[in-house]
Write a protein that binds this ligand. Structure first.
Ligand code: TYM
Length: 338
């Protein structure tokens, strides 16, 4: 029987905190798990990207492992998908250089995440690495000939740049030089907002009270959801503009239970926001409990985590070496056999 080869998915998460947060989980990680049954999946702990925020070396080492453990605990299956640490595959950096040489300075300057971060840090603190971050991200994606990239909304512009660069390589060196990737963004969970500032995205660098971390204990989760900022009204209704805090809670509730938002709104008619918050706290605690437990188990068994990451590194290198060789040759470089 003739079997069509599977399309490939690639994605990554930065190891910049001691726990992933609910935005990472609902915006990206849950998609990763779902795609495993129909795509050839490659997932990475992108530690080179994390260097752009100059982490303490010891903290970075720890966070790489904690992040990988959370991928596994949430359901990434290392026998089905490739799970690896970005810096262990040298082709990411090599391909970044080639892409640097076809990326316009103005084009890179227009990346909104760079502009936002640069504005926060101030001109003196901005590194070339931070500026080049989206090009490294394009290299991650193109090095695996990825067809799709499951991410949250905040990564859309970066993936647009990856598409532009892939198209440029094909125009310059001939079709088939690079696979043009597509972003996979799930509308309902594309942007999970901060619980304290419901107009800002939930982020691991923000105020702790606005964030639900996957490894938070039940008491912390409950406290943070119960003190989430909502409006002064009382009626439970879906109105992301007038009631952004409540809409965020409803979106999280719906994503974790599979119940449509409209059903939830009807269920809470005549009840107070407090009822919804108390129920949601329980939903989140129960959804995260197994992830927290499995992460702890994985971290208790360092040799098993090492084995999985080692196996992933070999598989990732196997793919990236071939793709890099093809692209580098088209540039006119003499590529050495590995
Ligand atoms: P990072 O590490 O900031 O976030 C990882 C993933 O989580 C998603 N995300 C969210 N989704 C919904 N609501 C939120 N509040 C929220 N916060 C974060 C992000 O969209 C992302 O999918 N540049 C990337 C990492 C990266 C990458 C790649 C991704 C490096 N190379 C190649 C895809 C392909 C980043 O900083 O993600």
């Amino acid at each position: 029987m003739f079997c069509m080869p599977r399309l490939r998915a690639f994605s990554g998460i930065q190891p910049t905190a001691d726990s992933l947060h609910l935005g990472n989980y609902l915006g990206a990680l849950r998609q990763w798990i779902d795609l495993q049954s129909s795509y050839d999946c490659v997932y990475s702990v992108v530690d080179l990207h994390a260097l752009t925020v100059t982490p303490d070396p010891e903290a970075l080492r720890r966070r790489v492992r904690v992040t990988a453990a959370q991928f596994l605990a949430a359901g990434v299956d290392p026998d089905q998908s490739v799970l690896f640490v970005q810096s262990q595959v040298p082709q990411h950096s090599q391909l970044t250089w080639l892409l640097n040489c076809v990326t316009g300075f103005g084009e890179a300057s227009r990346m909104t995440q760079f502009k936002d971060k640069a504005a926060k840090i101030g001109e003196q603190g901005v590194t070339v690495g931070l500026f080049d971050y989206p090009v490294l991200m394009a290299a991650d994606i193109l090095a695996y000939d990825a067809h799709v990239v499951p991410v949250g909304e905040d990564q859309r512009q970066h993936i647009e740049l990856s598409r532009t660069l892939a198209n440029r390589l094909n125009a310059r060196f001939g079709e088939g030089t690079a696979q043009v990737p597509e972003a996979l963004i799930i509308k309902e969970t594309a942007r999970i907002f901060d619980l304290r500032e419901p107009n800002a995205k939930m982020s691991k660098t923000g105020h702790p009270a606005g964030i639900i971390e996957l490894l938070d204990d039940p008491k912390t989760i409950t406290k943070r959801i119960k003190s989430a900022v909502t409006d002064s009204g009382t009626e439970v209704a879906w109105d992301p503009v007038a009631k952004p805090g409540l809409a965020n809670l409803l979106a999280i509730y719906s994503a974790l239970t599979g119940q449509p938002v409209q059903t939830l709104v009807e269920q809470y008619q005549g009840k107070l926001y407090g009822h919804l918050k108390a129920d949601l706290a329980e939903v989140v605690v129960e959804a995260l409990r197994p992830i927290r437990r499995r992460t702890a188990d994985l971290l208790d068994d360092p040799s098993e985590l090492d084995r999985i990451l080692d196996q992933g590194k070999d598989k990732a290198r196997g793919i990236a070496q071939g793709v890099y060789g093809r692209i580098a040759e088209r540039f006119g470089l003499a590529v050495q056999e590995a």
